[in-house]
Design a protein around this ligand. Structure first.
Ligand code: PLP
Length: 409
């Protein structure tokens, strides 16, 4: 008889954003005349930078000529892109990463999920709480999370590291041994960051406990404050204990084009019996077997951002979103809300008004203002009492949404 992966039956509800989409659809059906402003899901709205579009057009033309046509590409990504990543994203920050430590993919979401393929299902996993839901759900899917406890809202085998206003959104090191730690910095959903001293504690923990850090820096380009690490490899020893995930989605508006990359340092290894097993080799093997690589046209698009003009053009879009973040922070402060984040990340994390759970506040905001945010509880039990707004809408809509919230208050 056919068997299924029963771990999937332990997943809670539907994925957070599909629940929100369902609620918004119902609201639209009931109130067809009301204008909705989406500040919930973290999707971008600015068009792709002209230099990227130009590169894509050129790549399309190349595909139509026999001399420049390309068929299957390298599963790890074309060298022309990986070399630019080394130069612009690492060497320029004094970090030495070589092209064969870089794996280009179609998304950081896929990579943070697929990495579990080479790590197996016997690890003790720690996540911050609240957290980007993909880390948790993918561990539920492979069985490392264990049973769900309805009362606590937690999975039995997962170590939850609360981040909240009491600890200034700085997670404490686990008191028991863990094998895998997910760190997302700048953080989604809270928009907060760790400085080098705080991040070093995690690298040291991983070194001392033979643990692996899965470091998601999808929002690295949004860091505006000095002394905030952009890469975990700025911390000494991190290459021995960390895999870093980056994405062009929020950096260059590639949520529709799809491109990301993952760094698996060659030093990263586990000792198995008397053998050293290198994670770079395993991930390479996995990519070659299970992944077709990213299209030539997409990689040419990504390469275009690694020019002076390309960097300037993507920065203009990032600045646009961060101006929105400031508009949101200022307006919410004026309206009496307590907010966090929005300085090094396009996310503003706010405390829900007294007496409102995060889903109740979601409903109230949708019903009375048409503004859609994301309830903190959707990111984990410690997200209760908080709410996330994103800075990715247009400036006009952001201003309109803030006006409506001020009026509501
Ligand atoms: N990692 C984090 C923390 C995110 O917030 C997101 C998207 O919202 C992703 C990864 C997904 O990146 P990609 O679009 O490259 O799959």
């Amino acid at each position: 008889m056919l068997k299924i992966n029963e771990n999937y039956l332990r997943l809670q509800d539907s994925y957070l954003f599909s629940t929100i989409a369902k609620k918004v659809d119902e609201f639209k059906k009931k109130n067809p005349e009301k204008e909705i402003i989406k500040m919930g899901i973290g999707d971008v709205t600015r068009p792709i930078a002209p230099i990227v579009i130009e590169a894509m057009h050129k790549a399309v033309d190349e595909m139509g000529e026999s001399q420049t046509f390309r068929g299957y590409g390298p599963e790890q990504g074309y060298l022309f892109l990986r070399e630019k990543i080394c130069e612009y994203d690492y060497k320029a920050q004094d970090i030495d990463i070589s092209a064969d430590e870089i794996f280009v993919s179609d998304g950081a979401k896929c990579d943070v999920a697929n990495i579990l393929d080479i790590l197996g299902n016997e690890n003790k996993v720690a996540i911050t709480d609240p957290v980007y839901p993909v880390y948790l759900d993918t561990n539920v899917m492979i069985g490392t999370a264990g049973k769900y406890n309805k009362k606590s809202g937690k999975y039995e085998n997962v170590i939850y590291l609360p981040i909240n206003s009491e600890n200034n959104f700085i997670p404490e090191l686990p008191t028991e041994n863990v094998d895998i730690i997910y760190l997302c910095l700048p953080n989604n959903p809270t928009g907060t960051v760790l400085n080098k001293i705080e991040l070093k504690k995690w690298v040291d923990y991983a070194i001392n406990n033979n643990a692996l850090i899965l470091f998601d820096s999808a929002y690295e380009k949004y860091i505006s404050q000095k002394d905030i690490p952009h890469s975990i490899y700025e911390i000494e020893g991190a290459k021995k204990v960390a895999i870093e995930f980056r994405s062009f989605s929020k950096t260059a508006g590639f949520t529709g084009i799809r491109c990301a990359y993952t760094i698996v340092p060659k030093e990263l290894m586990v000792q198995l019996n008397n053998n050293k097993v290198y994670l770079n080799n395993l991930w390479n093997r996995r990519m070659c077997t299970k992944f077709n690589g990213v299209s030539y046209i997409t990689q040419k698009a990504a390469e275009a951002i690694y020019t002076n003009n390309g960097q300037k053009q993507i920065k203009e879009n990032i600045d646009y979103y961060m101006d929105n973040a400031k508009i949101i922070r200022d307006a919410l402060k004026k309206a009496g809300f307590i907010t966090y984040g929005g300085i090094n990340a396009p996310y503003i994390w706010l405390k829900t008004p007294k007496g409102f759970t995060s889903w109740e506040f979601f409903d109230k905001l949708l019903e009375e203002t048409g503004v859609v945010g994301t309830p903190g509880a959707g990111f984990g039990p410690s997200g209760e009492g908080y709410f996330r707004l994103t800075a990715f809408n247009t400036k006009e809509n952001t201003i309109k949404a803030m006006k409506r919230i001020e009026e509501l208050v």
